[in-house]
Every structure is written in C-alpha cells, then in structure tokens.
Design a protein around this ligand. Structure first.
Ligand code: T3D
Length: 262
C-alpha cells in the first residue's frame, strides 16, 4: 500500500511529504494519523532537530478529502466538530507546541485546512506558482485548522475576512508581502532552499531555537511584564545549555560552532 506520508530523517531533518498527489494531498484518516504520528515522533526523538513539511506532486494539500464526506452516500450528516477535535486540532497543537523549527515548503496549491496547516508552521516558503485558498466558504464551512486565528492575527480583520468570505486565491507573492509566509521562491529552487534552511536549523542550538519559538508565540497574549519574565526564564535555561557554551567558545576561538542540540 502507498504511504500517505513519506518520511526521511537525514542529519536531524525529519522531512514529511504528504503523499496523495492524485487528490492534491487532501486528508483522509490514514494521512491524518500518519502525519500526527510523525509530529509526535519529532517531539520525542532527540535525533529530530527540525521538521520539513511539503507535498508530493503539483499540490501541497487541498484540505479535507471531500470524497470522504459525500452526502450522496447517505447516512446522517457527519459531526465535523468531532472530526476537527479528533484529527485536525491535535495536529495543529502538536505543530505549534513542538519546540523545534518546523519549515513548510508549499510546493503548489494549499486549500482549506491545507493552507492553515502551512500557516501553523514556523517558517513558510512557497513556490511562486503556489496559491493559498480559504476554500471553506465555497462548501458552506468555516475556516478551521487554526485559520480563523492565524489569519486574523497576522493579517488583521479586513484581509482575513475578505480571504475567508470570498475564498479568493492568494498568490505566494502576495502572501509574502502580507507577512503570512516568509518567502515566495522560484518553483525550481523551492525544495533546494527549503532543504538548506532545514539543514541549517537542524545544525543549530535546538534548545535555544525551541525556547525562541515559545517566546515569540507567547508574545501576543502576554503583557510586557509577563514576556520579560518569560525571557528571563528562557534565557536562564538557554544559558545552562552546552550549545551556549559551545557558541561562546567558538566565537572566542574564531571558528564555526558545532552545536549538539543540547
Ligand atoms: O470534514 C471535516 O473533517 C472538516 C474539516 C474540513 C477541512 C477542510 O479542509 S474543508 C475544505 C476542503 N477543501 C476544499 O474545499 C478544496 C477542494 N479543492 C479545490 O477547490 C480544487 O481542487 C483546488 C482549488 C484545490 C485545486 O484546483 P485544480 O483545478 O488545480 O485541481 P482539481 O482538478 O480541482 O483537483 C485535482 C484532483 O484532485 C481532482 O481529482 P480528479 O478529478 O483528477 O480525479 C480533484 O477532485 C482532487 N481533489 C482536489 N481537492 C480535493 C480533491 N479530492 C478530494 N478532496 C479534495 N479536497
């Protein structure tokens, strides 16, 4: 049977490739479970020092597989609150709470939950040909997979509402201009640049990078006083790491740091 998520772990980079290209990598239950299992692994396995998420074929991810929601097959209406709680929400929480960098290489169209999973990653690179679509309103649904949260926070209400209400495709260039993603890159260079970025972060001071992620994510809800306290606590922890000692030693010895991720 074909794997719904292709997995490699090389030099600390766990590369996860959504792999249902004939359905633009839309989510069925198997792909949900496979992706979640790998993000859980990333939490637990010290050999994983960065995650790179991408899609196989011409799309990144078209959200939920609508073939699995076909009303013509009969039966009661599905409880989509239950499917969010069971499948999407745990993955979103795992991605946000993973204290290791998560890079997303959006290789093609990202629609519905597929777009919003990308926005939950730490650094999003997209091929210039890629588009982000809040497809939900086209089928009578509301934004999910954290989209109502990330769009409103990053873009503000006017742009978030327009994207969600119209389902108008957003180009990679504009997503970068609006601060929704990090960079739009030429299609041919996307994967090389994403892999190089992931490799460089995987060779970094993993504890410090994870604490940095925690700090940035806490800023929106913390007061300045709370944030200063959190910076103090995180810096205390980072300052006790062997990677910090290595970073300072390497600077003083005028050589490149060799971080171990501890
Ligand atoms: O249900 C729950 O658990 C609640 C959670 C919901 C989360 C969500 O994500 S809801 C939103 C679901 N997604 C969509 O509504 C997007 C549907 N897809 C599209 O609108 C278009 O496919 C795209 C705009 C993404 C891309 O358009 P295009 O023209 O480049 O490709 P295409 O021809 O439409 O799609 C190519 C194939 O992928 C096609 O199959 P075929 O005809 O070649 O056999 C198409 O049916 C299939 N495909 C694309 N998206 C989905 C899909 N099959 C199943 N589910 C999909 N979401």
């Amino acid at each position: 049977m074909t794997e719904t998520v292709l997995v490699t772990l090389v030099d600390g980079v766990l590369t996860l490739t959504l792999n249902r290209p004939e359905k633009l990598n839309s989510f069925n239950e198997e792909m949900h479970l496979a992706l979640r299992a790998q993000i859980e692994r990333a939490h637990a396995d010290p050999a994983v020092r960065a995650v790179l998420l991408t899609g196989a074929g011409r799309g990144f991810c078209a959200g939920q597989d609508l073939g699995d929601r076909d009303p013509r097959k009969g039966g009661p209406a599905p409880d989509l609150g239950h499917t969010l709680e069971t499948f999407y929400n745990p993955t979103l929480r795992l991605l946000r709470n993973l204290e290791k960098p998560v890079i997303c290489a959006v290789n093609g169209v990202a629609a519905g939950a597929g777009a919003n999973i990308a926005f939950a990653c730490d650094i999003v690179l997209a091929a210039r040909s890629a588009k982000f679509i809040q497809a939900f309103s086209k089928i009578g649904l509301v934004p999910d997979a954290g989209g109502s949260w990330s769009l409103a926070r990053i873009l503000g209400e006017p742009r978030a509402k327009a994207l969600a209400l119209t389902a108008e495709p957003l180009s990679a260039e504009r997503a970068a201009d609006w601060g929704l993603i990090w960079k739009a890159l030429d299609d041919e260079t996307l994967m090389t640049e994403a892999a190089a970025l992931a490799a460089s972060l995987a060779a970094g001071p993993t504890l410090g990078l994870g604490l940095t992620k925690r700090l940035i994510q806490s800023a929106a809800t913390n007061s300045l006083d709370e944030q200063l306290d959190l910076e103090r606590d995180c810096q205390r922890q980072a300052g006790r790491s062997s990677d910090y000692a290595e970073g300072v030693t390497a600077f003083l010895e005028k050589r490149k740091s060799e971080f171990k991720g501890q």
